[in-house]
Design a binder for this molecule. Sequence first.
Ligand SMILES: Cc1cc2nc3c(=O)[nH]c(=O)nc-3n(C[C@H](O)[C@H](O)[C@H](O)COP(=O)(O)OP(=O)(O)OC[C@H]3O[C@@H](n4cnc5c(N)ncnc54)[C@H](O)[C@@H]3O)c2cc1C
Length: 321
Amino acid sequence: MADILLYLEVTQGPDGAALKKPAAEVATAGRALADATGGRVVALVPGDVADAASQLGTYGVDAVLTAGGGDRYLLDAHTAAVEAAIEKVSPRAVLLAATVIGKELGAFVAGRREMALLGDVVSVAMDGDAVTAVKPKFAGKALARLRAEGPAVVSVRPNAIPPVESAREAAAEALDVAAGEARVKVREVVPAKEQKLELTEADVIVSGGRGMGGPENWNLILDLAGALKAANGASRAVVDAGWRPHSEQVGQTGKTVSPKLYVACGISGAIQHLAGMSSSKVIVAINKDPEAPIFKVADYGIVGDVHEVLPLLTEAAKGFV
Ligand SMILES: Cc1cc2nc3c(=O)[nH]c(=O)nc-3n(C[C@H](O)[C@H](O)[C@H](O)COP(=O)(O)OP(=O)(O)OC[C@H]3O[C@@H](n4cnc5c(N)ncnc54)[C@H](O)[C@@H]3O)c2cc1C
């Protein structure tokens, strides 16, 4: 009858705090575990999200714990909130999204509580009393099967587990801890100018590589991304050259993404790039070299010059998206 605890990220939108997109995916994963243990799914929402309980009840959450003032992520404050929730719930597993925040917080909590860490997994299940999970390794060429006999922290790769509705009446309860109290004080947050969609949460990503020729040609990437309502990414070669910010880098030393559609433009397909995007559902590659390694992982390949192909794709996308 062990319970499952979720930590769900909150974002500040124009209408106040809101749950981030992976919340439904993490809740779906948690529901499946709780169905196996016979326990409850308890979600910690570290912020003031007005209708968190009804939103999360839709995805099988039984109870919601709120910790006020935590709309903005701060490691020590959110760790305190998660630890308070762990004390209250004694969960078999703590699930969170494998985002930049989730990876940091998950590792921190696992270390402090001496729990196993199953990081950046694409599926999770119970096998008897053990928590098991699958994690892609070596750019998705191998799958590691992980198993934790004791309590575990599990970070779930965004876009890996499709949300499934499983309606519950989730009641909300305030935790006796303020998720906004931290040693670090944030004085100002300056939003990035161009990136409107979070790369790791986007359903569609258009990425550019050195084959784009220079930063002056990035409008081709941004135009297609705009037409497809996509986030835009980049290879490391581009970031190292200073054409794009590191926050857009996809790959081993950048972000790991799993969108429904990944469009790679002028990217050769080095193993370190593939490490970050090979679990995308559909990969489209545009490259003028028919032997480019990216075509080995692509579902659709266009052999051509990005300067000619991208405007055509953008025009076509405008017609149906
Ligand atoms: C430890 C380590 C970590 C790394 N981490 C990362 C990482 O996180 N992410 C990452 O991306 N890389 C990473 N790299 C770098 C990686 O090895 C490659 O060097 C990098 O991915 C290459 O970027 P690229 O594909 O943009 O450039 P290139 O390899 O130079 O490829 C450019 C491609 O564009 C094509 N092209 C050229 N002109 C055109 C045109 N006009 N139209 C169409 N196609 C054209 C070419 O045929 C070529 O295939 C890492 C490397 C190391 C050693």
